[in-house]
Design a protein. Structure first.
Length: 94
């Protein structure tokens, strides 16, 4: 099976965005895109360790124990990083 190239991923995203525009309307799509951009900016602005833990948890689907073992930190520290990241993410959805 061939690995997707960067261009394949971009093309796929364009097709999906066009489908979304057709299904939801352009105005709603603009709002969705703005929200995604804001979330991405917030994630990128997190302190490095906090961002790393958050991405491992929410994007990679790792458990707190897996993150703890991978990074050599306590599960309590993992929980604190996730809580901090979620509070920051919550700010932009209000």
């Amino acid at each position: 099976m061939k690995l997707a190239t960067k261009q394949d991923i971009i093309n796929d995203a364009i097709v999906k965005l066009n489908e979304l525009v057709d299904a939801r309307g352009a105005d709603k799509c603009v709002l969705i895109i703005q929200l995604i951009q804001n979330l991405n900016e917030k994630i990128n602005s997190l302190p490095a360790r906090c961002r790393e833990v958050f991405v491992m948890s929410r994007h990679e689907g790792k458990t707190n124990r897996e993150i703890s073992n991978a990074l050599g930190i306590s599960e309590k520290a993992v929980e604190k990083h996730i809580t901090k990241a979620l509070k920051i993410m919550d700010e932009i959805t209000r």
